[in-house]
Design a protein around this ligand. Structure first.
Ligand code: IPM
Ligand code: MG
Length: 360
């Protein structure tokens, strides 16, 4: 049995962390006689340097013809990198957005939970953390403000910019279904986040989410306004299980949620199309300032690879094994510098990958 995986190592720390994830996957599946056939492709800054644009048609085709895509992270320093002197549609991030759209990756899952072993890194007070938290943000990824009509025009000598936030009911329905499906496998609670006191798109969102909820009588549905949600995340994070929200709100709330875990280097993510196809990448960025120094934390990418095994290939046992190996290595006191604590052993990117692979 062999699976075809397109690999986008990306920019900054991307190549280092993806190399470790591939090492871990290969070890995890080798016993079953499963092989992964990797095709490395370029996207983002690396693609700009090689081909003059952040995503080529060939790269998109290769990704489409794969069973899944494993990605590191893309982009550079927005003030110093020459990539950011280019027009907006030729910058690294434009490649990522075009890839999401081109692969129809409408459902972005970003888990955020507190690792017992890393509790000290959490920036919240004990009385707020209570028994910890474990949530997943289900972010709509191919609609809303990111993909609405936009333009910048001069009207009567005054520059004016437009970005439009549009959703149709089908786009809302399919992401809501994903959120309720995931909730059924968790604590059966969905909090749908919108701005229905102001926005038409949010009022339609609420209506469609309520319709979908009727098919999931076991799941509790609550609506929350986005500004309140931003506050509740740092006031009572334990109340959240599945957060369902549109593209822009999800972008912002998922950064907030990852920050309160205190360990952004640990958080994985999956962007799914209809069916089993998905793109898997860490929640964090390309951290160009620490690239090439063997100090980046590869765990978020390794856990994203575990999500790939689980969601795209139904290799639950192997995915569990990787997650257990990560916990074990942390329990043994090994830490990369971003999560280093007193009394622990500091290791580099490659050593962390080796340690995890060795426990499989
Ligand atoms: C993310 C990132 C992207 C987004 C950027 C790089 C375009 O912030 O994946 O959250 O805004 O979606
Ligand atoms: Mg973001």
């Amino acid at each position: 049995m062999s699976y075809r995986v397109a690999v986008i190592k990306g920019d900054g720390i991307g190549p280092e962390i993806v190399t470790e994830a591939m090492k871990v996957i290969d070890k995890a599946v080798s016993k079953k006689g499963i092989a992964f056939e990797y095709t490395q492709v370029l996207m983002g800054g690396a693609s700009i340097d090689a081909y003059g644009k952040p995503l080529t048609d060939e790269t998109l085709e290769i990704c489409k013809n794969s069973d899944a895509v494993l990605m590191g992270s893309i982009g550079g320093n927005t003030t110093t990198s020459p990539w950011y002197q280019l027009p907006a549609n030729l910058r690294p991030e434009a490649g990522l957005l075009a890839l999401r759209k081109g692969l129809n990756l409408f459902a972005n899952m970003r888990p955020a939970y507190l690792y017992e072993e890393l509790k000290d890194a959490c920036p919240l007070k004990e009385e707020i953390i209570k028994d910890g938290f474990d949530m997943v943000i289900m972010r709509e990824l191919t609609g809303g403000l990111y993909f609405g009509e936009r333009k910048t025009v001069e009207e009567n000598g005054v520059w004016k910019a437009y970005d439009s936030l549009t959703y149709d009911e089908n786009e809302i329905r399919r992401i809501a279904i994903k959120a309720f499906d995931i909730a059924m496998k968790r604590s059966k609670k969905v909090i749908s986040v919108d701005k229905a006191n102001v926005l038409d798109s949010s009022r339609l969102w609420r209506k469609v989410v309520e319709e979908v909820a009727k098919d999931y009588p076991e799941v509790t549905l609550e609506h929350m306004l986005v500004d309140n949600c931003a506050m509740q995340l740092v006031y009572d994070p334990g109340q959240f299980d599945v957060i369902l929200t549109e593209n822009m709100f999800g972008d912002i709330l998922s950064d907030e949620a990852s920050m309160i875990t205190g360990s952004i280097g640990m958080l994985s993510s999956a962007s799914m199309a209809e069916g089993k196809f998905g793109l898997y990448e860490p929640s964090h960025g390309s951290a160009p300032d620490i690239a090439g120094q063997n100090i980046a934390n590869p765990i978020a990418t390794i856990l994203s690879a575990a999500m790939m095994l689980r969601y795209s290939f139904d290799l639950d046992e192997e995915a569990d094994a990787i997650e257990t190996a990560v916990k074990q290595v942390l329990a043994e006191g090994y830490r990369t510098v971003d999560i280093m604590a007193e009394g622990c052993t500091k290791v580099g990117t490659v050593e962390m990958g080796d340690l995890i692979a060795a426990r499989l």
